[in-house]
Design a protein around this ligand. Structure first.
Ligand SMILES: [Zn+2]
Length: 57
């Protein structure tokens, strides 16, 4: 898994930049109960998860 490719994602709530939550060594991404990646929205100061079917094109 290349974390650089998934490190940033646009927040679905306010369209601001979100950064991937990882463990302290930034080797493994933190995931929610259902395995979705979790991101921290820098502008909104909240976390959000990605849905599996979220096709961000
Ligand atoms: Zn946000």
């Amino acid at each position: 898994m290349n974390l650089e490719q998934i490190k940033y994602h646009t927040c679905p709530f306010d369209q601001e930049e979100g950064i991937l939550l990882t463990d302290i060594e930034e080797m493994l991404p933190e995931t929610g109960d259902n395995g979705d990646l979790q991101y921290y929205c820098l502008a909104g100061k909240h976390t959000f998860q990605l849905d599996d079917d979220d096709d961000d094109e």
